[in-house]
Design a binder for this molecule. Structure first.
Ligand code: UGA
Length: 445
């Protein structure tokens, strides 16, 4: 009989995972403790913008016309416990308030609730990003006869559906002995389709699986801060970081991805994951091994400040009485997520220093407004730019790269100066239309 799967926590990760499991042919029950979330999902809607996710839900959510009916949602732990052969725990692990460490309260609460209802013989699979050592501790909370595996998730926002259905690797951390072997067997069954399509299936112990996740994100953060450090040197030496990235990227050992210099990384993962990793290494007595991440973090934060300085300079030394248009609010394109967004951080800093900031973002307006209600917002890029003394391009949406007409935008601003915080616009096109174009780590003209 086909395995029955529950997904506990239906945020970004959980909602996508639940829909993907239904797409792979399983009966799925998604559980969340927030009833509003469950109501939305049960109607086939998602509380965030993620390309393709609503379509995938519509194909499977029970009650939607033409759907497979394989995906249902609940707030009842009893129902989830009775239903699932495999329970995926996908709850959030944010940064603790006022500390670097990760807040495990949602994971702990989920395990406590699950422990009371899970059936003997079931498999619990952790997917949340947790400090190394958590899986072993959490396994101890589960009743006898219930096995735990750790299966980190590597999906990127904006590509969540694709990354979940066609993962570039599946990592499974299991316990030693017969229980672990059984867990591996079950997860090979769950992931049979992507494995048959060629996704590598890597089996490890618990700590290694947990570390794969945090080390992968640390590596990505390091790569971005590396190129941003090179941008600082390029600025000092008169070099061009975009050319430099292109050239070093041709070396296959380096690779060209994640070498886009600019205002740096943000979002709900990279910043908090490197901090939680440092905090955990400290607890383990291995803090020296990760002191470099402190530098990665500070290079990253410095880029935001340096964007503010670039804008100040473009405005002749101060923000008072100046109009600043900000294109982009989300931490990256194809997402409505503004958590720790470098774009909003820059907009906020300029506003606090007296600039009149008007923001436009294709999808992130509502979330941005909630977080920074005192900034100005405009319904289009053109409206945001109207009367601006400087335009800041801070999130590289396709709409800005391909959809904006530099000549048209030039006709509405007070002064045609654009600062590209993402190195994503074509300098030639903008300069030809009469703009002063400046980008981070690149020559002035
Ligand atoms: C990241 C990882 O890429 C995923 O593999 C991981 O699963 C996820 O975190 C997670 O832990 O859940 P995500 O937060 O969606 O995914 O965003 P990324 O695509 O990694 O981008 C992060 C930030 O880096 C963005 O602000 C982006 O603008 C910035 N970035 C990215 C650069 O500044 N330069 C680059 O070259 C690439």
């Amino acid at each position: 009989m086909a395995l029955k799967i529950t997904v506990i926590g239906t945020g970004y990760l959980g909602a996508t995972h639940a829909a993907a499991m239904a797409e792979l042919g399983f009966e799925v029950l998604g559980l969340d403790v927030v009833p509003e979330k469950i109501e939305m999902l049960a109607a086939g809607r998602v509380p965030m913008y993620e390309p393709g996710l609503e379509d995938l839900l519509a194909r499977h959510v029970a009650g939607i016309e033409g759907s497979s009916g394989r995906l249902r949602f609940t707030t009842s732990w009893e129902e989830a416990g009775a239903f699932g052969d495999v329970h995926f725990v996908c709850v959030n692990t944010p940064q603790k308030h006022g500390e670097y460490a990760c807040d495990m309260s949602y994971v702990d609460a989920a395990f406590a609730s699950l422990a009371g209802v899970v059936q003997e013989g079931a498999l619990v699979v952790g997917k949340s990003t947790v400090p190394v050592g958590s899986a072993l501790r959490l396994a101890g909370l589960l009743p006898e006869g219930v096995e735990l595996a750790w299966n980190p998730e590597f999906l990127r926002e904006g590509f969540a559906v694709q990354d979940t259905l066609h993962p570039d690797r599946i990592v499974v951390g299991v316990s030693e002995g017969a229980g672990g072997e059984r867990a591996e067997k079950v997860l090979r069954e769950v992931y049979a389709v992507p494995v048959a399509e060629g996704s590598p299936f890597v089996v490890t112990d618990y700590p290694t699986a947990e570390l794969v996740k945090t080390s992968a994100n640390s590596f990505l953060a390091t790569k971005i801060s590396f190129i941003n450090a090179m941008a600082e040197v390029c600025e000092a030496a008169g070099g061009d970081v975009a050319k430099l990235a292109e050239a070093i990227g041709h070396d296959e050992r380096i690779g060209s991805k994640f070498l886009r210099a600019g205002i740096g990384f943000g979002g709900g993962c990279l910043p908090k994951d490197i901090r939680a990793f440092m905090a955990r290494a400290g607890e383990l007595g291995a803090d020296q091994a990760l002191t470099f991440l402190r530098e990665i973090d500070s290079i990253n934060m410095r880029r935001r400040a340096s964007m503010v300085e670039m804008a100040r300079e473009a405005l002749g030394g101060g923000f008072l009485g100046k109009r600043v248009a900000v294109l982009g609010a989300t931490f990256k394109p194809d997402s409505d997520d503004v958590r720790d967004s470098p774009a909003l951080n820059v907009a906020g800093q300029i506003h606090l220093q007296g600039g009149q900031v008007t923001v436009y973002d294709p999808k992130g307006m509502d979330n941005a407004r909630r977080l920074f209600p005192t900034l100005g917002y405009a319904p289009t890029a053109l409206d945001a730019a109207r009367g601006a003394d400087v335009v800041l391009h801070l999130t590289e949406w396709r709409e800005f790269r391909d959809g904006l007409d530099p000549a048209e935008l030039a006709s509405v601003v007070t002064s045609p100066v654009i600062l590209d915080g993402r190195n994503a616009l074509d300098p030639v096109r903008w300069r030809e239309a009469g703009w002063t174009y400046r980008a981070m780590g690149r020559p002035r003209a």
